[in-house]
Design a protein around this ligand. Sequence first.
Ligand SMILES: [Zn+2]
Length: 175
Amino acid sequence: MHKEKAQIEIPLAGLVQGTHEFDFTCKARDFRDQQFTDAGFTDEVHVRATVGKSEREVRVAIEASADASFTCDICLSPVSKTLEGTFCIYYVCGGPPEEEQTGDEEYRILDSNAIAIDITEDVRETLLLSIPMKVTCPDNPECLLYRSEEVDQAAQPEETSSWHESLEKLKNKYC
Ligand SMILES: [Zn+2]
């Protein structure tokens, strides 16, 4: 059986002006992207798209969440986390936006004949960007042991600097 690539699409045909909400659920493997599954996404992907339609603009706010599996940076145990990401896009019909671009949102030109907006790629990128830099397991006692050693080592230079600071203060007081 040949399955099509995941398509998370907002139907535009018949969409009246106003705010609409769309919920999507798909499987991580439906994205058919090695980078996505390698990053740890192997389960369901949930998407809520809040769509605001006006005469010349379609605003799409994406909230995506998915469970991802990682390995702990410290003890290499498997860790599962629910990751969430948001992204906002303005689609402008026909021409450039009338208002100034604020930087937080992305503007795209929407074909006046478009019958749907495909946000599959945006969902994929939003989730990839939500992956934390560091992953540690929350309640593995052995891992906590490693971590307290690490914290002790990390804490030392800070102590020195705060000690330096108080010395500096003392100097200022008496000189
Ligand atoms: Zn760990």
